[in-house]
Design a protein around this ligand. Structure first.
Ligand code: CUA
Length: 335
């Protein structure tokens, strides 16, 4: 029982609203939570019965002072053996049928479903790329989705093994090296922001490989898609424009043109920089600051923020870092 109480306590301690499988925010997560409830209930009942019987036997048949006799030696009991074989079989069937049903149900392929929003997820050390193949839009770190459709995901990796996971919306799906593509789907009927995590150890910054799923209504989503395709004015200062071209846009993209590295379009409206520096006007912790401060911190020394990141520390003066950060922070999207 103390063990059980400890488990419950531990589980509820993980109850941060946006990172809890115990507070599902969509039908896929709800079904998975249903399985958890079923198995945990059965396990708790089994544990209670076993503990009560064990406790009774320990007390009732303990050696009493002065008792030197040897207890009755039992060599086997067919009736008991059948009972303790059949009961687990029945329990496994009770757990197994809904589990298989749910697993196969949630594996339904929506990649050809014209009513579903198609999203291609590519994991990189240590960031997430999101492509909407039918909309001609690519973004990073924040997956924006409408709340009124099924979102069909094709997940792959550009390098090592990662796992795509938004605890309150859906279970983990691995992204496997070797060209393997895994598919899944989810629905997010409630607008809001849901925290996602890489759930497979993938290198020194694995624990920093966070992302967000931002759920908005249909009108906002359409505005966002349009805004993502709007051309962006380059920095007014020619020196900054040249720097940006040379130092940033050799890898990054701004806008709908494809690039191997994170698209910076709208980075000024994101909730984080590099997925881990929280953009806020009221910083409380070390990893928090304004968009501009976070961009400065990130550009000035990427390795200090995310060890092992492929983003190099480029040769820039403090003023140049400031100027680029200021320009990027101004890349905001209205939607
Ligand atoms: Cu990517 Cu852990």
């Amino acid at each position: 029982l103390p063990l059980l109480a400890g488990m419950v306590l531990l589980l509820s301690a993980c109850g941060r609203a946006d990172l809890s499988t115990l507070r599902p925010q969509g039908p896929v997560a709800e079904e998975q939570f249903g399985l958890m409830k079923l198995t945990i209930t059965i396990m708790v009942i089994v544990i209670l019965i076993v503990f009560v019987i064990a406790g009774y036997v320990i007390i009732r048949f303990r050696r009493r002072p002065g008792d030197k006799t040897i207890p009755v030696q039992v060599e086997g009991n067919h009736k008991l053996e059948i009972i303790w074989t059949v009961i687990p079989i029945v329990l496994l069937i009770i757990i197994g049928i809904p589990t298989v049903n749910t697993v196969f149900g949630l594996a339904k392929d929506h990649t050809k479903d014209p009513n579903a929003l198609q999203v291609k997820v590519t994991a990189h050390q240590y960031w997430w790329e999101f492509e909407y193949p039918n909309l001609g839009v690519k973004t990073a770190q924040e997956l924006l989705v409408p709340n009124d459709v099924i979102i069909s995901v094709e997940a792959k990796t550009a390098d090592v093994l990662h796992s795509f996971w938004v605890p309150s919306l859906f279970g983990k799906i691995d992204t496997n090296p070797g060209g393997n593509v895994n598919t899944m789907y989810f629905e997010a009927p409630k607008t809001g922001v849901y925290l996602g995590k890489c759930a497979e150890l993938c290198g020194p910054s694995h624990s920093l490989m966070d992302f967000k799923v931002k759920v908005v209504d249909r009108a906002s989503f359409d505005r966002w898609v349009a805004a993502m395709k709007n051309p962006v004015a380059p920095p007014q200062d020619q020196e900054v424009a040249d720097l940006l071209n040379k130092q940033c846009l050799s890898c990054h993209a701004i806008g709908s043109n494809g690039a191997a590295f994170p698209n910076l379009m709208g980075i000024g409206s994101r909730q984080t920089v590099a997925g881990i520096l929280v953009n806020t006007d009221q910083p409380k912790y070390e990893n928090e600051g304004s968009v501009e401060q976070n961009l400065e911190k990130w550009i000035a020394d990427p390795q200090a923020v995310k060890p092992g990141t492929l983003m190099p520390k480029v040769d820039l003066t403090q003023d140049q870092v400031k100027a680029i950060a200021e320009y990027l922070a101004g890349l905001k999207l209205d939607y």
